[in-house]
Design a binder for this molecule. Structure first.
Ligand code: HEC
Length: 203
């Protein structure tokens, strides 16, 4: 398979291409300056010997996509405003985010993070509404056609102190709902305002 690799940040700035451009591995600076090239994969996920995913080291620098409070998928379980449940925040790995802004597609290697935090009220000066409590869990959506040929993606579940996580067997309940209801390539872009300006027509 033809694979392109992207190098971000420092390399782009050194080459004078600017932070928005994309960079083809081994391409000359002149070719890169000619304009963006097709980026089919980004290689930023790090794995252990058994294929477990390491908790990304720079996740505090990922791009904020959207948030929900007490998000549920079951009409039998109504929302209770007194105990609204968890905050869910979704972030995207920045190298893939920059490719998405250029192309409207998620390159192989794209990662999303879904954080779960509890909700609290009457904290400090807060008398109404809810603020975020401690982290409860982190789930990562990884696009990887080689590792997961059946679906092209899978998930990794991290407890608050976990440094690495393994993926469940495919298909599973998680992938099934995402394939059926995620608006863009099994991702819930319908809930992410930060991605909307870059969606392709029809997505
Ligand atoms: C019934 C449908 C459904 C199921 C089942 C489901 N999800 Fe999701 N998932 C969603 C929705 C809706 C969102 C949008 C964000 C939110 O919930 O706030 C989402 C977002 C995500 C995201 C953020 C990136 C993206 O793909 O949009 C991750 C990561 C994620 N889910 C992981 C999981 C994991 C792991 C499981 C299984 C344990 C799972 N999901 C099961 C509906 C589902």
């Amino acid at each position: 398979m033809k694979r392109w690799t992207m190098m971000a940040g420092a390399a782009l700035l050194v080459a004078g291409v600017g932070a928005i451009g994309v960079w083809q591995k081994n391409a000359s600076a002149a070719a890169a300056l000619a304009g963006p090239v097709l980026v089919e994969s980004v290689e930023v996920a790090r794995f252990g010997d058994t294929g477990d995913l390491r908790r990304p080291a720079n996740i505090d620098e990922w791009v904020f996509l959207g948030a929900s409070l007490g998000m549920g998928y079951n009409a039998q379980v109504p929302f209770d405003p007194d105990t609204p449940g968890n905050f869910q925040t979704v972030l995207m790995e920045p190298t893939a985010y920059n490719v998405f802004k250029e192309t409207g597609t998620f390159p192989d290697g794209t990662m999303f993070a879904l954080y779960f935090h509890g909700s609290r009220t009457n904290v400090s000066i807060n008398t109404s509404g809810f603020v975020m409590d401690e982290e409860l869990a982190l789930e990562i959506h990884l696009k990887d056609k080689d590792r997961f040929p059946e679906t092209g993606f899978n998930f990794f579940f991290f407890g608050p102190d976990d440094k690495h996580a393994s993926a469940p067997a495919l298909p599973n309940d998680c992938t099934n709902c995402h394939i059926k209801h995620g608006a863009t390539d099994s991702v819930f872009t319908q809930f992410y305002p930060a991605l909307r300006p870059y969606l392709r027509a029809g997505d």
